[in-house]
Design a protein around this ligand. Structure first.
Ligand code: ADP
Length: 600
């Protein structure tokens, strides 16, 4: 074992010994051929998990580089993302033999490239769909010599994202076509300021990994962001692939019409009509074929395919092979392996048939499956799961946000979230540190539909919990949790019908200054536009006349947008003092300036 790797193992030995479950990891290591069955047996014979972990690490220190790499890969596969990250920097790089070891072309090099680019890992239970994966790969190979677009389209929940991630999990493909790297961007339904922030953070990510980070200020407009991205992909990351996950709107696509290589997933086939360049497409069938559906159930229940009961087939049929629904049922059966008939009945009864259906949504089976999965949660967790109805689509949250919402210790929250994840009720992005959690679109539709009458009070709870937790003012750390609040607090207030709170927040120079500093002025301006009608109403209610405060703040932001993009961040009070003296912005700035003067 080379020195760097050995030292890394020793440094993190303690953490690893605390957290790993050796039995799972050893299975992978045996199939990589770095561990013998005898060795495994000796380790498994140790009385406790901890003893086994200690023994495994001891053994690993005596193995060669291949052992380290295999251990690392096993951690990734068993979704110990953060432990794998600890080992990542010291992965031995000079082992051509082991490098290309695994047969499906998924080497440690691939894992590294994908995790750097934020490509999601495989779901806990995964079945391969070679006919589609190969088809996508084949199209991707066409982008080897020239830029262009590959569209993967199909229904919601049909497995497009999983497929896109799987297609690039291939050594040869990356090496031959995209040596510049693979960069994943979750898009979803978003508006212009959101899109700009997305591109901005992508640029930031790209610039950070360069040896000489640039000194550019963040882009100011969508066009500027687009130009920046064009420069980066053309000059600094030639022959890289951008993966845009879940695109709804062709205007979003236009922002990426910059002669680069793009793989996108969407429900809408004709999106690329409006952009230029070579175009290829792959249609994903909405359901898995029977065999694959059964395979998922078999994996969840740890049974052999031919050992599945006869109900299994009917369950897959009832779900129309939807990977999402089959996974939900599989997770249920994992815990209650004798309920095949019961869950099949539930699926068939359709007793909870919904009254209204949102557009993206046409699975009765999903309703049944969600109902059943939620049903088996302990009462208190069911209530907590309901709270997730307030999340926005495609928004990923760290556990800390929920720890504020639920008023529980972060560790406790992580345990609860893990339970949801294990039941396929929630998904986790473990490439990110801290881990981020999110619902599938269809699950959110389901929750919103089911809790339609309570949404206002659910949002109310969010605002209330936030206010309890941040009595002394908004968080400013800039971490994932802080970002969430700064971005979505106004949204929750609006949905909770708390117009007075919204009014006080948005017409406070402090808030404006914090939000501008953390997110840039575009988001703020967007808030004023979006909530303008609510604010205007509140203004006239409070003052019995219309005061134009909305306009005053908006004007202040547009006039000073450029300054507010600067780093170091300017003194907002100073800027505000140059507003007309009749303006509310000026009035607050003056108060603060006087306050400063008196406190010295
Ligand atoms: P889409 O992007 O089409 O909406 P996803 O790719 O997000 O769908 O898949 C939805 C869910 O279905 C996943 O979270 C996973 O639980 C399950 N799933 C999809 N593809 C597979 C697969 N190949 N093997 C196992 N489960 C899958």
């Amino acid at each position: 074992l080379e020195e760097g790797a050995r030292s890394c193992l020793l440094r993190f030995r303690h953490r690893l010994e605390q957290d790993i479950k050796p039995s799972y990891l050893m299975d992978h290591m045996i199939s990589d051929g770095v561990l013998t069955v005898d060795e495994e047996e000796r380790i498994s014979n140790k009385p406790t998990r901890k003893d086994q972990a200690v023994a495994l690490l001891e053994l690993l220190l005596r193995k060669d580089n291949r052992g380290y790499i295999s251990f690392y890969n096993a951690l990734v596969k068993e979704t110990y993302g953060d432990l794998a990250n600890l080992l990542h920097d010291d992965l031995p790089q000079t082992l051509p033999g082991a490098y290309k070891s695994s047969s499906d072309g998924c080497t440690s090099y691939v894992q590294t490239v994908l995790s750097e680019g934020g490509v999601p890992q495989r779901p806990v239970v995964f079945v391969s769909r070679p006919e589609f994966v190969n088809c996508v790969r084949e199209k991707l190979y066409r982008l080897q010599k020239e830029p262009g677009w590959v569209t993967v389209f199909g229904m919601a929940g049909s497995g497009k994202s999983v497929l896109a991630a799987e297609a690039v999990r291939h050594h040869g493909l990356i090496e031959e076509c995209f040596p510049g790297g693979i960069h994943w961007l979750s898009i979803g339904q978003l508006d212009k300021p959101d899109l700009m922030v997305k591109i901005q953070s992508l640029c930031f990510r790209l610039e950070q990994s360069l040896d000489s980070p640039s000194l550019h200020r963040p882009p100011n407009s969508l066009d500027e962001a687009k130009e920046r991205l064009r420069y980066l992909t053309l000059r600094r990351y030639p022959r890289s692939l951008l993966i845009l996950d879940d695109i709804w709107d062709s205007t979003v696509l236009k922002a990426f019409d910059i002669h680069c290589r793009i793989l996108l997933t969407t429900r809408n086939r004709s999106l690329t009509d409006s952009v230029s360049g070579a175009k290829y497409e792959v249609e994903v069938e909405s359901g898995l074929d029977e065999k694959k559906g059964l395979e998922i159930l078999a994996l969840y229940t740890n049974t052999k395919l031919h050992g599945l009961p006869e109900e299994a087939r009917s369950i897959v049929k009832e779900c129309k092979g939807s990977p999402l629904v089959v996974s939900l049922i599989g997770a249920l059966l994992k815990e209650k392996p004798n309920r095949w008939r019961y869950y099949l009945n539930q699926l068939q009864q359709k007793q909870f048939k919904r009254i209204r259906k949102s557009s993206s949504y046409d699975y009765d089976a999903l309703d049944q499956a969600m109902d059943a999965s939620i049903e088996v949660l302990p009462d208190e967790h069911r209530e907590l799961y309901k709270d997730l109805s307030v999340l926005e689509k495609d928004i990923k949250v760290p556990a800390k946000v929920l720890s504020v919402l639920w008023d529980l210790e972060p560790e406790h929250v992580e345990d609860i979230l893990e339970e949801f994840v294990n039941k396929s009720l929630l998904f986790v992005d473990s490439n990110n540190k801290p881990h981020l959690y999110y619902l599938h679109d269809l699950q959110l539709d389901f929750l919103v539909e089911q809790n339609r009458t309570q949404l206002e009070s659910l949002h109310n709870k969010v605002v209330h919990q936030y206010q309890q937790h941040y009595r002394d003012g908004p968080p400013t750390s800039g971490d994932e949790e802080c970002l969430y609040w700064i971005r979505f607090l106004t949204h929750h207030m609006a949905k909770a019908n708390l117009s007075q709170e919204l009014y006080s927040l948005m017409f406070s120079l402090d808030w404006v200054s914090i939000k501008a500093q953390i997110m840039g002025p575009a988001h703020l301006i967007n808030d004023y536009v979006e909530y303008g009608p609510i604010l205007d109403k509140e203004v006239s209610r409070q003052h019995n006349c219309t005061m134009y405060e909305t306009n005053q703040f908006q004007e202040f932001l547009s006039l000073n947008g450029h300054q507010l993009e600067q780093r170091p961040f300017p003194d907002v009070v100073q800027l505000a003092l140059s507003q007309p003296h009749t303006s509310e912005v000026y009035r607050q700035a003056l108060l603060q300036a006087q306050d400063r003067a008196s406190t010295g």
